[in-house]
Design a protein around this ligand. Structure first.
Ligand code: UD1
Ligand code: CA
Length: 496
């Protein structure tokens, strides 16, 4: 092959991942919106291999289903028993029997930080040196557990020796194999057929191929990469580490695109998030899924947004938003919960302690405080008074409420759906609205207030309230309400 395009990519993902102690296949653990395996496939895709094969084994059904649901194009090859990395590669090459020349890239499914650029450099080195194999290696401060790269006195790669098979001298080496390689496919096939299980783990080691090729006088090249980029995830601590690093990359990318990120260390975001230049993301904010943020928007501090759109100039503070659409210059929070189907129009507001679901709030309309708005269509320039509830659920079904343009919903109104409040209509504070309110009408649905004069003096004599009342009456010079014997409606004492 004269160009850099490999014939195949083989991803090894059949291993058990014991140290994860998980019922989920190791490569399916998620960081920043993609599984470990998807990250590897996404990095490998641009190298343009005609075929990508994923070797599956342990919890294979999960991995197969996951790949089926994923956007990544890859075929799976089943390794019934995990007899080692060499065995896994051999099975993949058998499945790709039709490919008889060119380069194959082999890499593990648990190295999510590997980049396309590094894979491309590896292929360039491989082709330029006309190598049978090119290893990606890494220098580790603590190489414990890894295969050591043994070199000859003149610096050529001689072999990779697994920790368990290594002498003390070899264990001192800090250059390790990363399990990422480019091979000439024909030479790899031939070498794999000669790999034995004569080692401490009784497995077919892919690493043994290196010594065999060197022994045949083939060119084996090596290229070094950062320990971070080639880190394989074996346990939850490493999972957290790669997630943090991936986060750092994503955040750095958006800063380079002109986004202000006030505190990168407490800002988390997934790979599908999109942020326009001149948006500001404040401390302790998480952006998940296909969240999009437009310019001059301010999100955070303390926000979690998933699949949410934030329009130009909008503000979202200390809020949790899922599948919501926040219009231009709209204001959300602090302490708002926007659930799926919430659409705030331009300049609209969902203020403190509000919950909205499947609700359209028109331009410049406000839900400022302590309200639940479910299954609603609210027009423009509407004010929803504090503690209003859109009573959308009758215990069986959900119903819609409509509120027309320029309507004023009094505080503590219960809008019992299905119901509508017409354009320019009002509701009285504390109303339970069960019937439609026509345009321009005032809907009143509450009992009329009655004052039982002197009740406190009679029923709570000597109490602080009685003293306060007496003082107020004395100061106002009125004696009328001082009459402690004034008649009291017995019904008002009910419920004491
Ligand atoms: C392997 C290398 C080691 C290297 C290290 C880097 C071998 C023998 N050793 O060791 O030199 O320093 O990676 O992380 O190759 N897998 C299969 N089928 C199997 C066994 C493994 O698909 O039968 C897959 C695993 O799912 C994993 C990858 O191959 O994705 C590497 O296997 P693992 O067991 O993690 O190898 P290490 O012991 O870490
Ligand atoms: Ca490993």
């Amino acid at each position: 092959m004269t160009d850099n395009v490999p014939a195949a990519v083989v991803v090894l993902a059949a291993g058990e991942g014991k140290r994860m102690k998980s019922e989920l296949a190791k490569v399916l653990h998620n960081i920043c919106g993609r599984s470990l395996l998807e990250h590897v496939l996404v990095a490998a895709a641009p190298v343009g291999a005609k075929e990508t094969l994923v070797v599956v084994g342990h919890l294979r059904d999960q991995v197969i289903h996951h790949l089926h649901d994923s956007d990544q194009e890859a075929a799976t090859v089943v390794q019934e028993q995990q007899n080692g990395t060499g065995h896994a590669t051999r099975i993949a090459l058998d499945a790709a029997g039709a490919i008889d020349e060119g380069t194959v890239v082999v890499l593990p499914g648990d190295v999510p930080l590997i980049t396309t650029a590094t894979l491309q450099s590896l292929l360039t080195r491989h082709n330029e040196t006309n190598a049978a194999a090119t290893l990606l290696t890494s220098e580790l401060d603590d190489p414990t557990g890894y295969g050591r790269v043994v070199r000859t006195a003149d610096g050529h790669v001689a072999a990779i020796v697994e920790e368990r098979d290594a002498t003390d001298a070899v264990r001192q080496l800090r250059e390790v194999g990363t399990s990422i390689y480019a091979f000439d496919i024909g030479k790899l096939r031939a070498a794999l057929s000669r790999v034995t299980t004569d080692n401490a783990q009784g497995e077919e080691y892919l690493t043994d191929v290196i010594g065999l090729l060197v022994g045949d006088g083939e060119v084996v090249s090596a290229m070094s990469a950062s320990a971070t980029e080639t880190l394989g995830v074996n346990d939850r601590a490493q999972l957290a580490l790669v997630r943090r690093t991936m986060r750092d990359r994503i955040v750095a990318h958006w800063m380079s695109e002109g986004v202000t990120i006030i505190d990168p260390q407490t800002t988390w975001m997934g790979v599908r998030v999109k942020i326009a230049a001149d948006a500001t993301i404040h401390q302790n904010t998480q952006l998940h899924g296909a969240t999009t943020i437009e310019k001059f928007a301010n999100v955070g501090p303390d926000c979690t947004l998933r699949n949410t759109y934030v329009g130009e100039g909008a503000t979202v503070i200390s809020s949790h938003c899922v599948s919501a659409e926040i219009g231009e210059d709209a204001k959300v929070g602090p302490f708002a919960y926007l659930r799926p189907g919430t659409k705030l129009g331009r300049g609209a507001k969902a203020g403190a302690f509000t919950e909205l679901k499947n609700a359209t709030v028109g331009e410049d309309s406000k839900v400022p405080h302590l309200s639940y708005v479910g299954d609603a269509e609210i027009g423009e320039r509407v004010n929803i008074g504090a503690a209003t509830v859109f009573v959308n659920y009758d215990g069986t079904e959900k119903h819609m409420t409509k509120v027309g343009d320029d309507a004023r919903i009094g505080s503590d109104t219960m809008l019992v759906a299905p119901v509508s409040v017409g354009d320019g209509a009002y509701t009285a504070a504390g109303s339970v609205i069960t019937e439609d309110v026509p345009p321009g009408a005032m809907g009143v649905g509450r009992a009329r207030q009655r004052n039982v004069e002197g009740w406190v003096q009679k029923r709570r004599p000597g109490s602080p309230s009685a003293r306060a009342a007496r003082k107020a009456v004395e100061e106002s010079g009125s004696a009328a309400t001082m009459d402690e014997t004034s008649p009291v409606d017995p019904h008002d004492e009910a419920g004491e």
